[in-house]
Design a protein around this ligand. Structure first.
Ligand code: IDP
Ligand code: MG
Length: 138
């Protein structure tokens, strides 16, 4: 099934000039970029995006980090895109991420792990709508 998923290139990766390399890996994995932009979230906007994690001990640190610098947000499309992009990202903790994955290559630690990807069709729809207007997604 053709799906769309939300990708974020997080502040640690933007800061280290990894946008191009990460987008190259995404395109190389046969995922199509259907929307793309750069922005700098404020703390409230980061908290809104990660609302599902608001009870977690790492919520404050995570939302500080996600609002600490510019990010790139993108909509990716392809067959089974949600699962395939999560496989390409690798495990949340880079120590557990398989070789060849984005997080294995670029993540700094379990928080500053370079990329985000939606984890289900329902969340993909919500997350895409958080960042993109209907008219902005091809
Ligand atoms: P995911 O990004 O692989 O889906 P989630 O469990 O949804 O992982 O967590 C969202 C984000 O919160 C992670 O990508 C990471 O930046 C951060 N995070 C997750 N677990 C921890 C932790 O144990 N310590 C610090 N930050 C964490
Ligand atoms: Mg998640």
């Amino acid at each position: 099934m053709v799906e769309q998923t939300l990708c974020i290139i997080k502040p640690d990766a933007v800061e280290r000039n990894l946008i191009g390399k990460i987008l190259q890996m995404i395109e190389g994995a046969d995922l199509k970029i259907k929307a793309l932009k750069m922005l700098h979230l404020n703390k409230k906007q980061a908290e809104g995006f990660y609302e599902v994690h608001k009870e977690k001990p790492f919520f404050d640190s995570l939302t500080n980090y996600m609002s600490s610098g510019p990010i790139v947000v993108a909509v990716l499309e392809g067959e089974d895109a949600i699962k395939r992009y999560r496989e390409l990202m690798g495990a949340t903790n880079p120590k557990e991420a398989k070789q060849g994955t984005i997080r294995n290559q670029f993540a700094l630690d379990v928080e500053k792990n370079s990329v985000h990807g939606s984890d289900s069709p329902e969340n993909a729809v919500k997350e895409i709508a958080y960042f993109f207007d209907k008219l902005e997604v091809l």
